[in-house]
Design a protein around this ligand. Structure first.
Ligand SMILES: Nc1ncnc2c1ncn2[C@@H]1O[C@H](COP(=O)(O)OP(=O)(O)O)[C@@H](O)[C@H]1O
Ligand SMILES: [Mg+2]
Length: 354
C-alpha cells in the first residue's frame, strides 16, 4: 500500500505514463482508506500543549566556517505544524535543526522558543545504550506509555528481557527512537531518518506520528516519507533563504531537474559530511531503468493475457479435476511472475525518477 501510494502520488504528468494495471490496483487499495491523520484536531491538541508560540527564527544570520548558511531568515513554526525541509547536501539543513534545538547559536538575529517547548533532535548519532542492560530496564517513564510504545515498536516476549548488547543494529536503533519518544517532547526534529532506520522502524514511526500532537520538522530526501508525515515543505536555498514550496516536493524535483539536477549546488561545495545521503542514480542508470520499465511493461501485458487465457480454460475444464489442477498451477506461476515484475517495475520507476 505504501509503495502503491508513493507511486501513484508522483503527479499527473508521470501518472499518464503509468500502466493501467498499477493505477487500478492502487486506486482500489486506497479507496476506503481515510487520510492518515486529522490535521485540525492535532493542531488543536498541539496548541493546548504548546501554546501559540513554538519556535521563531527572527532575522537569523548563520555562518559556519567561511560559508553563509542563513542570511536574514525569519521563519515561524506554529503548534502542530508538520514541516519537511529539503535542499542539496551541505546547504545547511542540519544546521537549521541545530539552531532550532539550541545546539547552535545564530550570528545575528534570534531564535525564540515558547515557554513550554520541549525539543528533541533525532540526529544520526543518538545517545549510547549500555550493552549489559535489559530492554525493559532501559525504558523509564510513564509505565503505561512505556508498555504501549514497547509493544508497538515490536519489543515483546523474549526481546523485553534481552540485553541491549544482543540486539541487532536495527533493534538498537528502534529502542533509541522509542526512548526519545518516551520523553514526550512536543517538538520533534528528525534528521534524515530514512537513511538509518530500517523499513519496519519507519513504518512504526509513521504510524506513531499519525496521532502525535506536536510540531514536527523532518529533513529528508525521501519523498514518500515527507508526503506521509508532513503537511508542508520548505527548502533551504543557496544564498541563505528558507522558502516554502507551494507545490510541495514534486514541484521542487521538477525545478531541480530544470536547474540541471538535485546535486547542481553541491558541485561548487566542499565534500559533504559522512552523514549525507548517497547520491542519486547516474544518467546511464536512469536510461537503463527507463528501458527496463518498457521491457517489463511488455512482458506484463503478455502475462496478463496469458492469465486471462488460463482463467477461460479453467472455466471450460471445470469438471476435469486433473486438468484444472494443472491450470491452477500454471496460473499461480504466471501470477508470481507478474508480482515479481511489478516489483521490478516499481524499482526501475524509482531509479528513473518517474
Ligand atoms: N562546525 C562546523 N564548522 C564549519 N563548517 C561547518 C560546521 N558544521 C557544518 N559545516 C558546514 O556547513 C555546511 C552546512 O552543513 P549542514 O547543515 O550539515 O548541511 P546539510 O545538513 O544541508 O547537508 C556544510 O558545508 C558543512 O561543511
Ligand atoms: Mg545534514
Amino acid at each position: 500500500m505504501r509503495k502503491e501510494l508513493a507511486w501513484l502520488r508522483r503527479g499527473p504528468p508521470a501518472r499518464s505514463s503509468k500502466p493501467r494495471f498499477r493505477i487500478d490496483a492502487a486506486n482500489s487499495l486506497i479507496e476506503d482508506e481515510p487520510p492518515p491523520r486529522n490535521r485540525l484536531e492535532l493542531e488543536r491538541f498541539a496548541t493546548a500543549r504548546l501554546g501559540k508560540d513554538v519556535v521563531d527564527l527572527e532575522h537569523v544570520d548563520l555562518t559556519l566556517g567561511s560559508r553563509t548558511l542563513l542570511d536574514d531568515v525569519t521563519w515561524r513554526l506554529g503548534p502542530g505544524e508538520r514541516v519537511g525541509l529539503v535542499g542539496p547536501n551541505g546547504i545547511g539543513k542540519s544546521s537549521v535543526l541545530r539552531l532550532i534545538s539550541g545546539d547552535l547559536q545564530p550570528d545575528a538575529g534570534r531564535v525564540k522558543r515558547g515557554r513550554t517547548v520541549d525539543v528533541r533532535y533525532l540526529s544520526q548519532t543518538l545517545g549510547e545504550l549500555e550493552p549489559g542492560v535489559r530492554v525493559l530496564d532501559s525504558v523509564r517513564g510513564n509505565e503505561l506509555t512505556a508498555s504501549k510504545l514497547l509493544e508497538s515498536f515490536g519489543f515483546t516476549g523474549d526481546l523485553l528481557t534481552s540485553r541491549i548488547g544482543d540486539l541487532s543494529g536495527g533493534e538498537r536503533r528502534r529502542l533509541q527512537l522509542l526512548r526519545l519518544l518516551l520523553e514526550e517532547p512536543n517538538v520533534l526534529l528528525l534528521d534524515e531518518p530514512t537513511n538509518d532506520l530500517d523499513i519496519e522502524t519507519l513504518n512504526v514511526l509513521e504510524d506513531y506520528l499519525d496521532d502525535w500532537p506536536g510540531t514536527l520538522i523532518v529533513v529528508s530526501h525521501d519523498r514518500y516519507f515527507l508526503d506521509r508525515v508532513t503537511d508542508v515543505v520548505y527548502a533551504v536555498r543557496a544564498g541563505g533563504r528558507i522558502e516554502m514550496l507551494v507545490q510541495g516536493i514534486s514541484g521542487y524535483h521538477a525545478e531541480q531537474r530544470f536547474l540541471g539536477g538535485v546535486h547542481a549546488v553541491e558541485a561548487a561545495e566542499p565534500a559533504p559530511a559522512a552523514d549525507e545521503a548517497p547520491s542519486g542514480p547516474s544518467a546511464a542508470e536512469v536510461r537503463e531503468a527507463r528501458k527496463a520499465m518498457g521491457r517489463i511493461d511488455r512482458r506484463l501485458t503478455r502475462l496478463a493475457s496469458r492469465s486471462e487465457e488460463l482463467h477461460e480454460q479453467m472455466i471450460e475444464s471445470a469438471t476435469q479435476y486433473e486438468c484444472l489442477a494443472q491450470l491452477q498451477e500454471d496460473l499461480a506461476r504466471v501470477q508470481a511472475e507478474r508480482e515479481a515484475l511489478e516489483e521490478e517495475w516499481l524499482e526501475a520507476a524509482e531509479t528513473a525518477g518517474e
